[in-house]
Design a protein around this ligand. Structure first.
Ligand SMILES: NC(=O)c1ccc[n+]([C@@H]2O[C@H](COP(=O)([O-])OP(=O)(O)OC[C@H]3O[C@@H](n4cnc5c(N)ncnc54)[C@H](O)[C@@H]3O)[C@@H](O)[C@H]2O)c1
Length: 252
């Protein structure tokens, strides 16, 4: 069996289900020690026990929770190699139907959280010789999706933070890389739960959407590569895992 991340210490936020669970399980199979975090304690503990990770209760939008995670990882492992900022929420509202409260909630959970993760954990990674930060973004950061006004804006903020972080790390020569992954649709509870909120699609639109939907394993393959030393020269990249969704105008 290959061991592509042997001996590495990894944190995966939102690890109790969906993409987070899938990549956590994969990292463990490939030789890493994994800490999953989640706001959902019950699901997090069950998942951790099932896949062989340890669980840390965390609301990713709270600075105190990031500091507590930092302190725990530092005292138990003395460093960190992989941080996957994966936890997020999805909310369907366009720029007119959205309200300030909803906008701020999405920005807090999906963008402030990633800033806090980078801000708190990057020094720990740098002090232990470098590592890989992977921020989960989305196709909605790169193309206009009218029903995801706040979500798309938050995912674009994640992309912008990733650019500045990657260049900062290169200039600091601290051995840390920072990249974003941009899926379109992934077959997880997140997308299943909001499917009924979306406007109904005609047959052509539905046919067009099908090739863009992928499985969590497709994203895990990409995350594993970026987490591993195979991607040691990839820093600041936006990796689209979308089967052309972000480059194909729907009317063509
Ligand atoms: N599913 C898709 O179609 C899709 C498409 C593009 C990008 N993404 C992104 O991929 C990532 C994973 O998505 P998924 O589909 O696996 O989502 P999911 O909803 O299935 O899982 C998200 C996990 O994050 C946790 N979480 C939510 N808020 C939290 C908080 N405040 N603190 C800590 N944990 C919290 C949830 O409890 C859950 O376990 C997300 O960043 C998402 O935005 C998903």
């Amino acid at each position: 069996m290959s061991q592509r991340v042997a001996g590495k210490i990894a944190v995966v936020t939102g690890g109790s289900r969906g993409v987070g669970r899938t990549i956590a399980e994969r990292l463990i199979k490939e030789g890493a020690t994994v800490i999953i975090t989640d706001i959902n304690v019950e699901a997090g503990e069950v998942t951790a026990a099932e896949i062989g990770a340890s669980f840390f209760k965390q609301d990713v939008s709270l600075q105190a929770d990031w500091q507590a995670l930092h302190d725990q990882v530092q005292s138990e492992h003395a460093g960190l190699d992989i941080l996957i900022n994966n936890a997020a929420m999805l909310r369907t509202a366009d720029a007119v139907s959205e309200n300030l409260e909803g906008w701020q909630l999405v920005m807090r959970i999906n963008a402030d959280s990633v800033f806090l993760g980078v801000n708190t954990m990057l020094p720990l990674m740098a002090n232990s010789g470098g590592g890989s930060i992977i921020n989960m973004s989305s196709s909605s950061a790169l193309i206009g999706m009218p029903h995801f006004a706040a979500y798309g804006a938050a995912k674009a903020a994640v992309r912008g933070l990733t650019l500045s972080t990657a260049v900062y790390c290169k200039q600091a020569m601290n051995g840390v890389r920072c990249n974003t992954v941009h899926p379109d649709g992934i077959n997880t509870p997140m997308i299943q739960e909001i499917a009924s909120d979306l406007p109904p699609m005609d047959e052509t639109a539905a046919m067009r959407a099908i090739p863009f939907l992928c499985e969590p394993e497709d994203i895990a393959n990409t995350l594993l590569f970026l987490a591993s030393d195979e991607a040691r020269h990839i820093n600041g990249a936006a990796l689209c895992v979308d089967n052309t969704a972000t480059i194909h105008p729907p009317h063509m």
